[in-house]
Write a protein that binds this ligand. Sequence first.
Ligand SMILES: *[C@@H]1O[C@H](CO)[C@@H](O)[C@H](O)[C@H]1NC(C)=O
Ligand SMILES: *[C@@H]1O[C@H](CO)[C@@H](O)[C@H](O)[C@H]1NC(C)=O
Length: 394
Amino acid sequence: MKIALVVLTAMAASVCSETAVEEFAAGNLKFTAQLYKELLKENKGNFIVSPLSIEIILALTQAGARGGTAEEFTQSLSLPATRDRTEEALRTFLPTLKSSKDDLKLLSANKLFAGDRFRILDEFRRIANDVFEAGVDNVDFAKAQQAAKTINDWVEQHTNNKIKNLIDPDSLSDATRLVLVNALYFSAKWENQFEKYATRKEAFYTNALDSKQVDMMHIEDSFRYYECNEKNVKFLELPYLGGNISMTIVLPNDKEGLVKAEENIEELLKPHPLTHERVAVSLPKFLVESDIKLKPILQRLGLTKAFNLNEADLSGISQEGLYIDDVIQKAFINVTESGTEAAAATAVHIQAESLPPPPTGAFRADHPFLFFARLKDILFFAGKVENHEALISE
Ligand SMILES: *[C@@H]1O[C@H](CO)[C@@H](O)[C@H](O)[C@H]1NC(C)=O
Ligand SMILES: *[C@@H]1O[C@H](CO)[C@@H](O)[C@H](O)[C@H]1NC(C)=O
């Protein structure tokens, strides 16, 4: 008899160097685009997802997969060509997701929650530990409430309490053997902070006719910027303090242009020739929380054997017959004047003799847009703001 194995993820992030990482980064872009398209099909409106968090925890699961089951992970997640290659990439960049400075926190943590009497093979335990720094905690899945609480407490601790109740106790049973979890936490300040006093109530249009007043932030400064006539969108890169991490916002020129732009999502995520320009930026404060059931999405992307008790080969994890029962993710983003978490900002205004040149660009995000954050080449979250539910109006 085969037994349930639950895989989970909380939030996500990343980095890069040599070729294995480049291969991983290319796959990460492709996977992000596919994931975004699948989420569009579910018509979620606003959403936030961390492709990297999914890739990390499923790469760990793949380390225990064999044969056709292992190959499907490679294909459906666009991971590097071999498991060794994926491990090489992760060995290089996971250690860089350890920034815990006050101004910049980018932290990834993995953990295996294993049933009391479940025997994990030594080789899998070794890879989990060496490559993913995932230790093993024992829980009693028959006591579902308590087991869920143990896991959820760990997730809260590793996400600054932003992700709560990831595990529903009802999803655990005495058939559960192992729960693999990745938690990702990011908190950073903008390199160019928006002044609080410049935030005012302005309209955000969900379509050409319908609008609502929201808290619109403003800043005029030099940013990397690009107007792409061919795709009829503008790109704006907002850097975070502390290096190498930025958020890119892709804004269609037309108020109802996002649907068209999204048809070429993969093209939008690729690097574009942004150049420094003085831009007048209007961006609403936004807060998005998502709860994503990944199983049907991953199945549509071709990860099917692992979910099928008759076909799954996870014999690298344990000698018991195992399969994946579910994969879920919760994600959260809070974009404000100061960056992506609470902070105080003080402005000292010193009048200068020469006024800055007039802005050459205007970037007015008063209608639906998509956004993604990356550390160098690797996207660690992506999402979109489509309607007022995401927009803060105090
Ligand atoms: C940014 O990347 C450069 C080049 O790889 C590296 O030298 C630097 O330490 C990174 N900065 C931070 C803050 O991680
Ligand atoms: C979002 O950030 C703002 C300021 O950075 C903070 O005041 C607010 O409490 C945050 N919201 C949540 C739900 O964390």
